[in-house]
Design a protein around this ligand. Sequence first.
Ligand code: FRU
Length: 509
Amino acid sequence: MDNSLLEKAKLYELEAEKKISDIERPELHFSARTGWMNDPNGFSFCHGKYHLFYQYYPYDTHWGPMHWGHAASSDLICWEYLPVALAPDMVYDCEGCFSGSAVELQDGRHLIMYTAVSRENDKSDNNVQQQCLAIGDGVRYEKYENNPVIKSTDVPEDFSIYDFRDPKLIKVADGSYLSLIGSMKADRDGQVLLYTSKDGFCWSFKSILATNGHRFGTMWECPDFFELDGKWVLLISPTEMQASDMEYPNGHGTLCLMGEYDAITGKFTEESDQAVDYGIDFYAMQTVKAPDGRQIMIGWLQNWDTLNIRPDGCKWFGQMSIPRELSVVNGRLCQSPIRELLNYRQNEVRHEGVISDEELSIRGIEGRVIDMTINVSSVENDLSFFDVKLACDGHFYTELKYDFAESILKLSRMHSGIGIAGLHESCCKVDRDGESIDFRIILDRYSVEVFACGGRYVLSMAIWTEPTAGGISFAAKGKANIDVVKYDIVSHGVDCDFGDEYGNIQCEE
Ligand code: FRU
């Protein structure tokens, strides 16, 4: 093993992060320590802490040979960066350590399974994808001597060995393990393959858990699978989706399939489908089961198609969504920002019963790093739309607009100052309860996330308007009753240093 690649990355990130001030980062969203970040990886709970790894290329703000960055947290809001955990330093992963997951083993070791990418042979340009392990203590990780543990020869006939990635490890109650792997058949039909293991190290193929049938895109990336509120939920990030009404847009998308799981046959029976997030910037989501039973999801708050849309000279690229608590309510996946966020709220401003039928600002309702809840209803049954403009500076703004007649919710960065290729408006059809509609808006320096109707519909979007743009205004056509509560969110400066346990991390000699 060429240890120097990992050591080089550890030293590099320690120096490079010093050049990024807190104010240049999101306040409460996790961002790359330095350089580039994509998918969340290895989102897990181990040794009493949450761990988040991520697809990482420290040396540039563009995608490069994939490493695994690492951070840990006690509350999922305040993260401490830990040393980069994996570098592409073996023959079998020299083209990159792609996405994967992690679990705590019975004996307390932290087990990572990731996709190792390597050249098929000297004469081929094709990259083969195989699954490998690394074992760690929560800070340092060693690649397993018998890697790869799921080889390209373990792929069922007719399946691609070039698209076989993103294993999700699951601990089963009987002490055994499952690994779900995203895949594609030769005819480009996305699939999830299921492998089983008694000890986490020795794996065998069990079944095809789920099949696309050419409905939702082609390759199925980053599967996740869990039981929640009496249903089995399969999360997938499909590539090359075709737009379908307002549910799925073209391109990389998010998909939630809900149904039943037969553990004997290893088959999932699908009952319903929905998008996970209707905004442009949410992908490759992954979940962790918290010790208190909550299923918590985090996603990459970015879109593969708009990577060049970013501020000039940015020193980091890639942020994660706010971690979200999941639930299934009446057959729908619902999301709400993790409750730990409440600890970071300050300066409550509350107004109830504001009546408006024109553009107005509301005293004290402003700010750029905020958690804001709005409830809107029609006073005289004549409300046709309601609109809130965020991150305004008198010129640029990001707009959330709800059409009461058509029940369509739009989140738009068309006027946010973004370059022409980033102009975008995300829409979804909202089935609201009764006459009112509620929104919870989490606005940070570089993103907005909207949880509508108690979290039944979520839209996430990156925005790059100058962080000083903190104006907020409301508008309505027809008479609207507006209840609004806004908090500033303050997280930097909160002490989340883990002290002796992880503090003062030194690079190994
Ligand atoms: C998803 C993805 C994964 C892959 C990783 C590579 O965004 O394409 O399928 O493992 O990113 O960085």
